[in-house]
Design a protein around this ligand. Structure first.
Ligand code: SAH
Length: 515
């Protein structure tokens, strides 16, 4: 029987870009991914779509997993001949159960590999501007687990050693026992004024940092509600240096920003915002409903080569048409001799990625121009045309082509519906003053947002409003809202830059007020 293989893989500390290239490679090979609660779930997208993905949170989630259940799952899958990626937070070798999992593999003669990861202790320090060693203050570092303190006798943690240790102590899993740990260290002779830094949710937009000292830190953590997952750094280097705290000093760090675009556009903007440190909140004004398996779509797809012209008016149309084609077990050859027209370069580019080059892309990107140009290019009298597009597209194309004698099939391969999915959540967050900015990239999203969220609420909450350009601004004003800023350059990047600049200026004035 074919034997599988197990990869024990470090996912890094939280920020998904802190994973290794090797980890991404092995994720791409996986038949099954077994992932921990601390591993960033968005990393699962590097595994094949068809790979099985099993979350094995130990303490949270709908059902807590025990280590023996995880072991059994790992073995079962590997024995089925599968490539199993065991994805763990940070580094698999530090304070996890990788040693047991490796021992099991060895015992069952299942080949395995270990892919190291960036451990939370190193990442938390780097993302809080703390250098764990420095020539003047610390030339040694220890990694220590604080969990032991609760479950085992004091002797497990060598407090005598740690109290006398003059380097940097990096504590994992310490939040439950911080009182005992710090008291033991002080009792052992460590200076109560030793600097301590606590970093919660390190490397994520929700990162928090507390700077304190050994005798006060446990109390301050309680007061300020610092909990797991946190790294506690003890020693002279924990003082850090505020200007070194590059991650949290970024202008957009931790800002909650509502983005209101179509879902694909939201993904692009969300990624850019997250990279700048903000917390994007998606308002998906519309939802795309797949119609690729509807009878009219399937019918049109089965007769594609009988048409003279196949027309696409959006990237979504292309994607859904190909979805229908593939699910019917066919491919681009189904187009046969039919010619293909696309509105817009983006639509044509997507089409090309599926192996079809458009015969006709109008110079200007509207349906009306497409119709006019095509009619002047060749006679459409008696020609058979199929439009593969959205169910709510205007009918003018159909009318124009029918008027010149063509026979037109207008096929909805997808449709678009207003989406109210998360509007309640956003409303509550605004009421709770948990939102900093609203951003608008078109007048239609201004309308759909303010259709559902009253202007008065936006005003009361004092939300800042970023507009991409004059058209969105005009719509905002028409509905009674004055944008806080309008981007000079009317692109997503222009809008992002304007908001960053605003926050930067604003911070300067706050700092000078304090002085
Ligand atoms: N193997 C992991 C550690 C697992 S133990 C690693 O190498 O990072 C779990 C502990 O790791 C948590 O209790 C916390 O102390 C720490 N931790 C993990 N992710 C963290 C994060 N994003 N921020 C702060 N601490 C984190």
């Amino acid at each position: 029987m074919k034997k599988g293989k197990v990869y024990l893989v470090g996912a890094g500390p939280g920020d998904e870009t802190l994973i290794t290239l090797r980890a991404i490679q092995v994720l791409g090979l996986a038949d099954c991914v077994i992932y921990d609660g601390l591993a960033n779930e968005s990393l699962l997208r590097y595994a094949p779509i068809e790979a099985e993905k099993v979350g094995v949170r130990k303490r949270t989630g709908p059902r807590p997993w025990t280590q023996s259940e995880i072991d059994a799952l790992l073995l079962d899958k590997a024995k089925e001949g599968k490539i199993v990626v065991r994805l763990k937070g940070g580094d698999p070798g530090l304070f996890g159960r990788a040693p047991e999992e490796a021992a099991l593999c060895a015992q069952e003669e299942i080949p395995f590999e270990i892919v190291p990861g960036i451990t939370a202790g190193l990442a938390a320090a780097a993302y809080a501007g703390i250098f764990l060693t420095d020539r003047d203050h610390a030339s040694q570092v220890v990694f220590v687990t604080g969990r032991e303190a609760a479950t085992k006798t004091e002797a497990t943690l060598d407090y005598r050693f740690l109290s006398g240790f003059d380097g940097t102590i990096v504590l994992y899993m310490a939040m439950g026992n911080l009182d005992q740990i710090t008291s033991h260290l002080i009792d052992g002779g460590k200076n109560p004024a030793t600097p301590v830094a606590v970093i919660q949710n390190a490397t994520t937009p929700r990162q928090r940092l507390l700077k304190s000292q050994l005798d006060l830190v446990a109390m301050e953590c309680r007061e300020k509600d610092f909990g797991a997952p946190s790294i506690v750094i003890i020693g002279p280097t924990a003082v850090g240096n505020d200007p070194f705290n590059w991650f949290m000093n970024r202008a957009l760090f931790g800002k909650h920003i509502v983005i209101a675009r179509d879902p694909a556009g939201n993904d692009v903007l969300a990624e850019k915002l997250a990279a700048a440190g903000a917390i994007p909140i998606r308002f998906n004004a519309v939802r795309i409903i797949d119609q690729s398996d509807s009878p009219p779509t399937q019918e049109a797809i089965s007769r594609l080569s009988e048409y003279d012209w196949i027309m696409f008016t959006s990237a979504n149309g292309v994607r859904h048409a190909f979805k229908a084609l593939y699910s019917a077990g066919r491919d681009a050859r189904a187009f046969g001799k039919a010619k293909v027209a696309c509105i817009g370069k983006q639509t044509a580019d997507i089409l090309e990625s599926f192996g079809i080059r458009a015969d006709f892309v109008p110079a200007k990107y509207t349906s009306e121009i497409m119709a006019k140009e095509l009619c002047s290019l060749e006679s459409l009298k008696g020609k058979r045309i199929v439009l593969l597009r959205s169910g709510i597209a205007p009918k003018d194309l159909v009318e124009t082509f029918t008027a010149v004698g063509a026979q037109v099939d207008d096929v909805a391969v997808y449709t678009v519906e207003p989406n109210r999915e998360n509007i309640e959540e956003i409303r509550e967050q605004i009421q709770a003053r948990g939102i900093d900015w609203l951003t608008f990239t078109s007048s239609s999203t201004v309308r759909s947002f303010l259709d559902q969220i009253p202007v008065s609420l936006v005003r009361e909450a004092g939300l800042k409003i970023g507009s991409i350009g004059p058209v969105a601004t005009k719509q905002l004003k028409a509905l009674g809202l004055e944008p806080t800023l309008e981007a000079d350059v009317h692109t997503i990047d222009g809008l992002l830059a304007a908001i960053e600049q605003y926050e930067e200026n604003h911070r300067d004035s706050q700092v000078s007020k304090k002085r």
